[in-house]
Design a protein around this ligand. Structure first.
Ligand code: F6R
Length: 602
């Protein structure tokens, strides 16, 4: 969590830092700050709240061609002005922004206090500028001092530092993302590409152990011992427009509406002669695999459930495991185990930990992610990209759809390689229907009644979502989205589970959204009717032609399609339902309280 940015080059830095931070707010929005250097001292401006709050405290933009910035998701200490970054040393000569967690900060702080350092915040970060200042005194050279400070830190960090009187930015990473952006007249460092996408598409993904020194006209990357390091320059293919809200009120709504394009991108070139094909994965790539473990969190876990069901149906031994529980649920793992990390950001700490544990026990790893150069993509043996484009709204929408589709294709690819597995017999029909999926999503977006239904039910006491098979994972995802952005109580269940306890909560004040896909959904109908007979309004979510529609109180309809894809269309309806309910409740839809998009702590 937390987003950091640094900029050095011609012209003023402050506006670029502030707009870059706005594009990083999906990583946290508890407090924001910038520090700018112009040869007459390091000027720090910071406050609790969002970047907009920070802007409103600035009468004019601080002057300087270089600076650093931060938007925070609190880990150590509440979101106060004092705890906002940048942090400085006592003399305010060194300013630092940090994303990550310093595990040994207690010890470092005590050592520094014993040497006379006084601290102003509760954060782990504040030790870093103090350490740099301390080593500058003893070593006399800033670069060496930064190197030494970084060597002293235990934990994870991406940091950027500026020092009074030096036209230079220092940065380092270990375990937290950091990307270098290269423009003609300016350099950037940031936690993620959207921070500087308006300026350049040429990037270098830095690796753990890299230390970077940016001068106005040159950059240098070294390892911690000071040896030069070469890193390739990549070009990102995200359009700057992808990173803005465009005509929409919220990023979430924009991202729901861009699903047809995202899905077309996810599918493009991945069906070849009736089979699923992935760039970089040769035929037979999975021939040795006997067990597949999907590991993921939150929405990505629900997408993994979708893929897991398909792979099991193809006769492959499959587990779908919550990454945060991997150490206690994983069971035997060996070199014939493929661990598939499903992670939009590629930076989720729980997911990365699960993969590291699996690979340390001999498993082979594959990342399914949206972010090129992310830690998951770099650490896994192979990576497949879902090609959804940047997602800024904290609630995942288009990335879920793109993950589910990519995983569905991957399952057919895996099943084709494993000798005893059986790829879906009707996969030609399935792939034909997949080609129509973007168009069907458009139909849902054009014809949806979700807003009217949200209006009817938005003041209910609780919301239940049920579904069977693919519908189950969609029900879980529907409930997660609903609670996340409306702050209302919402739960998802396998249809058959409703009567084993949750039914006690069902009243006329708790609408039940029953997701069905056109496959074997008898259980969903029976259980929905049981809830209805206890007074709950029932909303059928699925294709037109289904017996549930006749008994339901309302219907969110989706076009007829192959049952494998109907759940994804139902999910679009539920995304819209959550969005409109949250809007009616006046919630901060793109930035729900207490959450951040990229969860880089355990
Ligand atoms: C919910 C949501 C989260 C993420 C989860 C995993 O809308 O976005 O539940 O799905 O934090 O994130 P990634 O996919 O980045 O690993």
């Amino acid at each position: 969590m937390c987003g950091i940015i640094a900029r050095i080059g011609q012209g003023e830095a402050a506006d670029t830092l502030l707009s870059g931070l706005e594009n990083l707010e999906y990583r946290g929005y508890d407090s924001a700050g910038i520090a700018v250097q112009n040869g007459s001292g390091v000027k720090v401006h910071k406050c609790s709240g969002e970047v907009a709050d920070l802007k409103s405290t600035l009468d004019s933009r601080p002057h300087g061609n270089m600076g650093i910035g931060h938007t925070r998701w609190s880990t150590h200490g509440p979101p106060t002005d004092e705890n906002a970054h940048p942090h400085t040393d006592m003399a305010r000569n060194v300013a630092v922004v940090h994303n990550g967690v310093i595990d040994n900060y207690d010890e470092l702080r005590a050592d520094l206090q014993a040497k006379g350092h006084e601290f102003e915040s509760d954060t782990d970060t504040e030790v870093i500028p103090h350490l740099i200042a301390e080593y500058r005194e003893t070593i006399g050279d800033t670069e060496a001092a930064v190197r030494r400070a970084v060597e002293t830190l235990e934990g994870s960090y991406a940091i950027a530092a500026i020092v009074d009187g030096e036209e230079r930015v220092y940065a380092a990473r270990k375990g937290s993302p950091l990307v270098l952006g290269l423009d003609d007249e300016e350099w950037f460092l940031a936690s993620d590409v959207p921070a500087f996408l308006d300026h350049t598409e040429d990037v270098i993904y830095l690796e753990d152990g890299d230390l970077v020194v940016l001068d106005p006209d040159a950059y240098r990357i070294t390892d911690l011992a000071g040896n030069p390091v070469e890193r390739p320059v990549d070009t990102v293919d995200w359009d700057p427009e992808d990173a803005g809200k465009g005509e929409y009120d919220h990023y979430m709504l924009k991202e729901i509406h861009t699903q047809p394009t995202a899905l077309s991108n996810a599918i493009e070139g991945r069906i070849d002669d009736g089979d699923a094909a992935f760039e970089d994965l040769s035929d037979g790539a999975f021939a040795d695999v006997d067990t597949v473990q999907f590991v993921a969190c939150g929405t990505s876990y629900h997408a993994a459930m979708y893929g897991g069901q398909l792979l099991r149906t193809a006769g492959v031994r499959t587990e779908v495991l919550r990454a945060s529980e991997y150490d206690v649920t994983s069971g035997p793992v060996d070199e014939n185990t493929l661990v598939v990390a499903v992670t939009q950001s590629g930076e989720t700490a729980d997911t990365l930990d699960a993969v590291r544990e699996a690979t340390s026990r001999g498993a082979r790893s594959l990342a399914v992610t949206n972010v090129v150069g992310s830690t998951a993509a770099r650490e896994a043996d192979d990576a497949i990209y879902i090609r959804a484009g940047p997602e800024v709204g904290v609630a995942a929408t288009k990335t879920y759809s793109s993950q589910a589709v990519t995983l569905a294709l991957l399952t057919q690819r895996i099943a084709a390689d494993i000798p005893d597995a059986t790829p879906a017999a009707d996969r030609e029909a399935m792939f034909d229907a997949l080609a129509d999926l973007p168009r069907h999503v458009e139909t849902v977006l054009e014809t949806t009644d979700a807003e009217a239904l949200a209006r009817e039910y938005f003041d209910s006491e609780s919301y239940f979502f049920i579904g069977n098979g693919f519908g189950h994972s969609v029900a879980l995802e529907g409930a997660l989205k609903f609670k996340e952005i409306t702050y209302e109580h919402a739960e998802g269940f396998a249809s058959g589970e409703l009567k084993h306890g949750p039914l006690a909560l069902v009243t006329e004040e708790s609408p039940v959204f029953a997701v069905y896909t056109g496959g074997d959904d008898e259980k969903t109908k029976t259980n929905a009717i049981e809830a209805q007979s206890r007074g709950a309004p029932i909303v059928a979510v699925g294709p037109e032609d289904h017996p549930l529609v006749d008994v339901a109180d309302a219907h969110l309809s989706v076009p007829d399609t192959h049952p494998v894809w109907a759940g994804l269309l139902a999910n679009v309806q539920l995304q819209l339902l959550s969005y409109h309910a949250a809007k009616l409740l006046d919630r901060p839809i793109d930035k729900p309280r207490n959450l951040a998009k990229s969860v880089t702590v355990e």
